[in-house]
Design a protein around this ligand. Structure first.
Ligand SMILES: C[S@@+](CC[C@H](N)C(=O)[O-])C[C@H]1O[C@@H](n2cnc3c(N)ncnc32)[C@H](O)[C@@H]1O
Length: 248
């Protein structure tokens, strides 16, 4: 594991409890009603997942994992943070959901080629990963032929702004991928965090190079996230990419 991922893993392990606490009132609802977690567009492209093998990369709070499991998929939840997975696994046990939890770095997945019908990732995962091409090539490798690769990420245009409430001021050059280092306050002290600002071109090219053809791209959503200080409502919230693994 490279030192950026090693530090990010330590940060996520140290903050797992508070991160999972945010969703303690809704994770069960996610299992019962996937629409509270997955957008209309995501649901449209996912289709009927009943009985399908779905891998969620960078599963974090696992809301998407619970939603997909509730829809009848056989879900594998992958995260670099064992602590995040442990809390989610305990919750899965409470509702008797049959979910597999696997600790791994998304750039080096412990699965055989062509193991899954669908790979899903997103909701601020790529920003923690130092090599987007390797991450998406792993995602495509573990997909079966004609399997779907669904990426629903925070829109890159939202990452460039200064944290100022009353006007939009650019802080980061759109083309500066980083690493952007910041000090993360955690119950275990300050741990350096490393972020990577991928561009739309990076996402699309990583998917194509990984071996998936791009069948859809959407920029959508106008909500504001709790952590956003600048008023970003006029900028798309999500970038959704849908890839289809090449037939041959
Ligand atoms: C912001 S969460 C995104 C997932 C979900 N949308 C959420 O909000 O919880 C980021 C997750 O990605 C995981 N992560 C970061 N880097 C990773 C890597 N290299 N491999 C696998 N998971 C990683 C973190 O441990 C964390 O659980």
């Amino acid at each position: 594991m490279n030192h950026y991922h090693e530090a990010n893993k330590r940060g996520w392990d140290a903050t797992a409890e508070e991160w999972q606490k945010r969703v303690e009132k809704i994770w069960r609802k996610a299992y019962e009603d996937p629409e509270i977690v997955l957008s209309e567009l995501e649901l449209k492209y996912l289709g009927d997942v009943k009985g399908k093998k779905v891998c969620v990369l960078g599963s974090g709070d696992n809301l998407v994992v619970f939603a997909l499991a509730g829809m009848g998929a056989k879900v594998t939840s992958v995260d670099i943070s064992q602590k995040q997975l442990d809390i989610a696994a305990k919750r899965a046990k409470e509702i008797d959901a049959n979910i597999e939890f696997v600790q791994a770095d998304v750039v080096d997945l412990p699965f055989k080629d062509e193991s899954f019908d669908i790979v899903y990732t997103g909701g601020h995962v790529a920003v923690w990963v130092s090599n987007l091409e390797k991450y998406y090539s792993e995602a495509c490798r573990i997909l079966k032929r004609e399997g779907l690769f669904i990426v629903n990420e925070y829109h890159p245009f939202r990452r460039i702004w200064a944290e100022i409430p009353d006007r939009l001021e650019i802080e980061h050059n759109y083309f500066d991928r980083g690493p952007h280092q910041w000090e993360r306050e955690t119950p275990k002290g300050i741990i350096p965090a490393y972020e990577f600002h991928w561009t739309i071109e990076d996402y699309v090219m990583a998917m194509l190079k990984g071996g998936c053809e791009l069948v859809a791209l959407h920029e959508y959503g106008e909500d504001r996230e709790d952590f956003e200080i600048a008023n970003l409502e006029c900028i798309p919230h999500y970038l959704l990419l849908v890839g289809l693994k090449n037939r041959e």
